[in-house]
Write a protein of this length. Sequence first.
Length: 311
Amino acid sequence: MTPNASRLAPYGYMNHTILLTFDVEDWFQVENFKQYIPFSTWPNCELRVEKNVHRILNLLDSINLNDPTNSSNPSNPKATFFVLGWLAERLPHLVREIQTRGHEIASHSYGHELCREQSAKNLKIDLVKSKKLLEDITGNPVYGYRAPSFSISGHVLELIRDTGYLYDSSFNSFGLNKRYGKIDLNGNGGKGILHEISESFYEIPISNIGIWGTVLPWGGGGYFRLIPLSIFRQGVAKILRKEGSYLFYMHPWEVDPEQPKVEKAQLFYRFRHYTNLSRTSEKFRSFVEVFSDRSFQTCHQYLKSHEIGNG
């Protein structure tokens, strides 16, 4: 056991599961910058996502997990990459590399349009287009979907299910971000953090923490960059003790402090986007290493571990 991992011994148990997820979008595709960088200008923007995904892949490959059944053969954490179709179209080799290195490919939509702002017809086209594009590139089924900015709803979930996905991972219960959607979760039947929405369709929500009746954002992203690691890992440990599983999310641009600055964006948006970018990579490494005696699975592996989605 590594020194970092041993410090976490009192926090929990080795059968806990952590799901690492990455929303593969570039610096100019985030919702906070949409009014300054419209979709029509994307082809003129510098693509930096490939080098940033490589940073994450190399980082994951460099972390050895403790395997209590075979300590002489440590493994590396596997993750789920929710890939934007617009990027996959331009960088199919990157999508294949993510898959070749043992990670799951899932959909993050085609053009990063908020789901609730699209008509049902257009959203269905987007869902089908992004899924087929990724499947054509990888040669494998795409099981999962994550809505841009977690813009989910009950109606959107129905469309995701009806277009052939096995699971969605878009529900973020933190209520103060108005872009985040709301859905009715009907229980999980003892299947970890899974929620069965309907027959053969599941929700794997972003992990947050409840303190004194208030939901605090604890799933990753900008909140991970803002909260001190010593406090963040204690919150994760609490979630693991309660739920047995924890889902983390991050974006490739969050490990890129050299990315172009959108100076005309509102100060609040710039603060949210650029704070602590230079520290994210090593902070993420430390976070994973602290929990290195846990089980790290892709979302689809997690479903299969609960005897779901074995096809």
